[in-house]
Design a protein around this ligand. Structure first.
Ligand code: DC
Length: 207
């Protein structure tokens, strides 16, 4: 069974995907980490994010530690969004994601294009959204908990810029698959969002 969970930054898709993976005892891949790892590799090599060729070279994961806490940083997220517009970078990461999805027993993947490009055959697809203001507040709270000095207005601007880039790129833009279940988490607690997602997936599986 393949479950695809897509949505913008800080929508709650990661929390939902992890909970579904636990519930159905399936392996889970946060595909954003792949793009973040490419971005971080590029930053560390001093490569130019404006160059598609440099970004493609940064897709070599032989030295990458996927548990590196830096992958979760705003810097890594920002550069991931920039290099994810390049078709050659997306192509370089495609097979890895498809293989993860196709493993025996199935998997849960979360990202931007899982239901549309990586696993259009998924048994259940969710598209998780929330208003930019709510998502900015969540990201702000998270950064404050990490002890980082940030302004809510800057976080909101960053979220809006990221939405714009992720939705307007020509290669695999962020959008809901036609058969995706839409979940707006703006007014939901994590527990309520997970319960809604689980009920939606179970409805799909019962069809
Ligand atoms: O989900 P995230 O914030 O960790 O993702 C970081 C960036 O990676 C996001 O802004 C766009 C890109 N991304 C993508 O283009 N496709 C995916 N499937 C996952 C992430």
């Amino acid at each position: 069974m393949i479950i695809a969970v897509d949505g913008p930054a800080a929508s709650g898709k990661g929390t939902i995907a992890r909970a579904l993976a636990r519930h159905f005892e399936l392996p889970h891949l946060d595909t954003g980490l792949l793009y973040r790892a490419v971005g971080l590799n590029l930053l560390r090599w001093g490569g130019d994010p404006e160059s598609e060729f440099s970004a493609l070279r940064a897709c070599d994961f032989s030295q990458t530690d996927f548990a590196d806490p830096e992958l979760k940083s705003e810097a890594a997220g920002g550069i991931a969004s920039r290099i994810s517009v390049y078709p050659s970078v997306r192509a370089a990461l495609l097979e890895r994601q498809r293989q993860f999805a196709a493993q025996p027993g199935g998997a849960v993947l979360d990202g931007r294009d899982i239901g549309t490009v990586i696993a259009p055959e998924a048994d259940a697809k969710l598209f998780v959204t929330a208003s930019p203001e709510v998502r900015a507040q969540r990201r702000f709270d998270e950064l404050q908990r990490l002890g980082l000095e940030v302004h809510l207005a800057d976080v909101l601007l960053d979220i809006q810029a990221r939405d714009e880039r992720d939705s307007s790129r020509s290669s695999a833009p962020l959008r809901a698959a036609e058969d995706a279940i839409l979940i707006d988490t703006s007014a939901l607690t994590a527990e309520a969002a997970i319960a809604e997602a689980l009920a939606g997936v179970e409805r799909r599986l019962a069809r």
